[in-house]
Write a protein that binds this ligand. Structure first.
Ligand code: ATP
Length: 212
């Protein structure tokens, strides 16, 4: 095992876009449908990395997002590829495919438990934080992570603090009025999504005609 900057670098990766998997680190976990990953996700990851002195931020696309079963979600392959392209070549961002490789619905608590030994910070938007008590085994989840919450227009801080029975670290970033739904809508209407997503994601969406 090689030690770099105080972090332990262990087995070579299969799932992290060529980066070694880190162990015993302060890790941010940013999960989502990522259909597609957009700049608000990246700014939240960047802000958390700096503000909480994280070693790494893992972007984890959900396999079968249990809260979005009814709606049509792009294939796991497209969402994985767009996530992978979004985090390259930022050394402290990694894409993790563990949830899309897992069968059945994916629950954040399972992902959190798979990173046992790490110091974990769950990064999420204010809208997601608001609903956290509906998540599978939410009490266990809140015991195992710190929470870093990105402000989101239309969601009040007090409302979130009232809904979440745990101290919240608010990310110091501008509330960004954008969502993957808006980005998909734009793409479907033939409007440009350039700069809403990383350059290579924009190209990928066009080449693969992800949103028709
Ligand atoms: P959709 O519109 O498809 O529901 P989304 O834009 O909300 O997607 P997700 O992939 O579902 O994106 O979200 C992943 C995480 O990123 C969630 O915690 C969500 O709250 C957060 N997030 C998404 N967009 C923003 C935003 N504009 N500001 C802050 N957090 C955001």
């Amino acid at each position: 095992m090689i030690r770099l900057s105080g972090c332990a670098w262990s087995r070579p990766p299969e799932s992290q876009g060529g980066l070694p998997i880190l162990s015993d680190v302060k890790r941010g976990i940013l999960g989502g449908t990522f259909d597609p990953p957009h700049i608000a996700h990246l700014i939240a990851g960047e802000t958390a990395y700096r503000q909480l002195a994280l070693d790494v931020v893992s972007f984890i696309p959900a396999g079968a997002p249990w809260q979005k079963f009814e709606s049509s979600v792009s294939s796991a392959e497209h969402r994985w590829e767009m996530t992978r392209l979004s985090v390259e070549p930022i050394p402290y961002f990694t894409a993790d495919d563990s949830e899309i490789r897992r069968d059945g619905p994916t629950f954040t608590i399972d992902t959190v438990e798979s990173f046992a030994g790490d110091d974990l910070v769950l990064i999420l938007g204010a809208d997601a934080a608001l609903g956290i008590r509906s998540w599978h085994r939410w009490r266990d989840l809140l015991e195992q992570v710190e929470l870093a919450v990105a402000p989101r227009p239309g969601v009040g801080r007090h409302e979130v603090e009232h809904a979440v029975p745990k101290t919240i670290e608010w990310l110091d970033m501008a509330p960004l009025d954008m969502s993957a739904t808006d980005v998909r809508e734009r793409a479907r209407k033939g409007l440009s999504i350039r700069f809403y997503v990383r350059e290579r994601v924009w190209q990928y969406v066009q080449e693969q005609n992800v949103y028709g």
